[in-house]
Write a protein that binds this ligand. Structure first.
Ligand code: HAM
Length: 425
């Protein structure tokens, strides 16, 4: 029994799982490259105020879930719970807008939220996401949705649902909030306690309560998409038409408001039926006012983020994950101390030539070395003993076919390059 255990809601990613992570991360990077999004990395720590200001003081994330502490200088610091605010902070601080009017950025990052852990809900989790900063074109709303879908498609994921909505902008949202307040006021006591609190602090969030009773009451509430201003309506119509042009199935969920306050106009979520209660693998939308909110010039932007652990749960349910080691190309098995010393030189030489190669470091018997080679999924075993050293040749075993032959030292690179179909370095 280990003396120390990992912290609740965190995970170790073990070597056999790393292969799947690398595969997913490589696929994400390929897609980002093809859509011309450039990688950005930001610090794990940010000033707490950044998140309070951007995500919203009354949101669950800021009010209940952040890992916040005072550093030794008594400054309030927070482990980042999401990436949009840090990306915009970095965009403004590094003047990226003056270098290029449109910045298309992507990230793969660990994030921290002190939620109640359950399937698909962790305290340290990973997201990949993209942010297109500098244009109000709804073509970019479409592009970020297409980009998320492209990643899922490349990974072979099926059966996803896209839900969209518009949360309007300042012009239409403020009068709508008043309308909603008048509607809710006489019946708010029938709602759950959380909703009663949201009524006072963040009224729009009453709309996306997951409790059935509240949902039923919400059915008759006025909808923001019936009250959009002209600009928001035009933009929403454009996004819907573009999705239809691309034959992308979607549904409109007028109660989708998302758990972060910075959104304007288009918001969307992608869910999977293969997940339980936490069924969202992706969330995003436009946030045209955030740059200004953080002290920058007016800069419209749109983006999304997708939970990698949830995506892996869907892949697992759809049998798309390969939890295995990448095969080792060459294993050198040795007999005797001279051969062991000789093998060390060969190992470095083979690696320099671009092969993956390993040997035994535990003075195991030849039989145990062959077992180890099998376990490592070695494709070729080069056997080296006193006889081989004297005759300047390896005894070679091709593990898949079991074929054995002797190959002269001077011909070994040619043989291996042929076998692995690679050019020697
Ligand atoms: P979010 O909806 O808070 O949005 O998170 C996006 C995704 O991250 C979720 O759909 C889910 O897949 C994953 N996720 C969130 N919390 C957890 C958790 N505790 N455990 C596991 N996975 C989780 C944002 O973070 C926005 N910054 C998205 C965005 C980018 N909007 C515009 N640009």
């Amino acid at each position: 029994m280990a003396k120390y255990n990992r912290i609740k809601g965190t995970q170790d990613i073990l070597p056999q799982e790393s292969y799947s992570w690398q595969y997913i991360e490589n696929t994400i990077k390929e897609c980002m490259l093809s859509f011309n999004y450039k990688e950005i990395r930001t610090p794990v720590l940010e000033k707490t105020e950044l998140f309070a200001r951007s995500i919203g003081q009354e949101t669950d994330i800021v009010s209940k879930e952040m890992y916040t502490f005072l550093d030794r200088g008594k400054k309030s610091i927070t482990l980042k719970p999401e990436m949009t605010a840090p990306v915009i902070r970095a965009y403004l601080e590094n003047n990226l807008g003056s270098q290029s009017p449109l910045n298309k950025l992507y990230y793969i990052s660990s994030l921290f939220r002190q939620e109640n852990p359950q399937a698909g809900r962790l305290r340290q989790f990973n997201q990949f996401g993209a942010e297109a900063i500098g244009s109000n074109s709804p073509d970019l709303d479409l592009e970020v949705i297409l980009l998320a879908l492209e990643v899922y498609n490349k990974l072979g994921i099926r059966g996803l649902n896209l839900r969209i909505n518009s949360v309007g902008d300042f012009t239409c949202r403020e009068p709508y909030k008043k309308q909603l307040k008048s509607y809710l006021k006489p019946i708010i006591s029938e709602y759950c306690n959380d909703c009663q609190q949201r009524f006072n602090t963040n009224i729009m969030r009453v709309l996306d309560c997951k409790k059935n009773h509240c949902r039923e009451l919400n059915n008759k509430a006025p909808k923001l998409i019936d009250n959009l201003c002209e600009d928001c309506q035009t933009s929403f119509d454009y996004v819907k038409q573009s999705l239809a042009d691309f034959e992308i199935k979607y549904s409109i969920n007028p109660y989708l408001v998302r758990g972060l306050d910075y959104y304007t106009k288009t918001v969307f979520e992608i869910t999977s039926d293969d997940l339980g209660a936490q069924d969202a693998i992706c969330g995003g939308g436009r946030y045209d006012l955030l740059c200004e909110e953080l002290g920058g010039p007016p800069t419209p932007a749109v983006g999304f983020a997708s939970g990698i652990e949830r995506l892996m749960m869907v892949m697992d349910a759809q049998d798309l994950l390969k939890n295995e080691f990448l095969p080792l190309q060459i294993y050198i098995a040795t007999l005797g101390s001279d051969a062991s010393r000789e093998s060390q030189k060969w190992l470095f030489y083979l690696r320099k030539k671009g092969f993956s190669a390993d040997k035994d470091f535990l003075s195991r018997s030849l039989k145990a070395q062959m077992r180890d080679a099998n376990r490592q999924k070695a494709q070729i075993v080069l056997m080296l003993g006193e006889n081989e050293i004297n005759s300047h040749e390896f005894s070679v075993k091709e593990m898949e076919s079991g074929n054995q032959s002797n190959i002269k030292f001077e011909n070994i690179i040619k043989y291996l390059s042929n076998y692995f179909n690679s050019d020697p370095k």
